[in-house]
Structures are given as C-alpha cells and as structure tokens.
Write a new protein. Structure first.
Length: 81
C-alpha cells in the first residue's frame, strides 16, 4: 500500500475523529446546560446517551489514527522520537 495514501487516510480519520468527538461534546454540553433548570425526561436522557456514544466513537478514532500517524513517522522506535 502507498505510504502517502495511508498517511493521508490516517490524517483524514484523525480530523474526522476530532470533529466528531469535540463537536458532539460541545453540542451535548450546550443541550445539557439548557436543561439544568428542570429535570431531564427520558427523551432527553436518550439523546445525551446517543451524544455520549458519538463522542466515544470520535475519541476512539482520534486515538487510533493518532497511533497510526505516530507509527508512520517513527515506527515506534524510541530513537526517532
């Protein structure tokens, strides 16, 4: 496989993970802050659970792609750090 393609794909996944995780976390925080003045109902809790899953997926993609980028640049050789 072409190393340039792998590097570009890892960077794209890294940015996607960042955008998904961080963007969803911001939206979830804003929606939860609106609901602070009253108790949450079941629909709102279900929405926050979906947000949590999306943030977790984004964070996992961010970490996995970060490790791939680190491997591509250093080969996990401590002399290359």
């Amino acid at each position: 496989m072409d190393p340039t393609f792998l590097n570009d794909a890892a960077r794209a996944l890294h940015l996607f993970g960042l955008a998904l995780g961080f963007g969803t976390a911001i939206v979830a925080d804003l929606s939860a802050a609106r609901l602070v003045v009253r108790p949450l109902d079941a629909r709102e809790i279900a929405t926050l659970v979906r947000f949590h899953r999306m943030v977790a997926i984004g964070l996992a993609a961010f970490w996995a792609s970060g490790l791939v980028l680190l491997w591509l640049r250093t080969g996990f050789d401590s002399a290359n750090f």
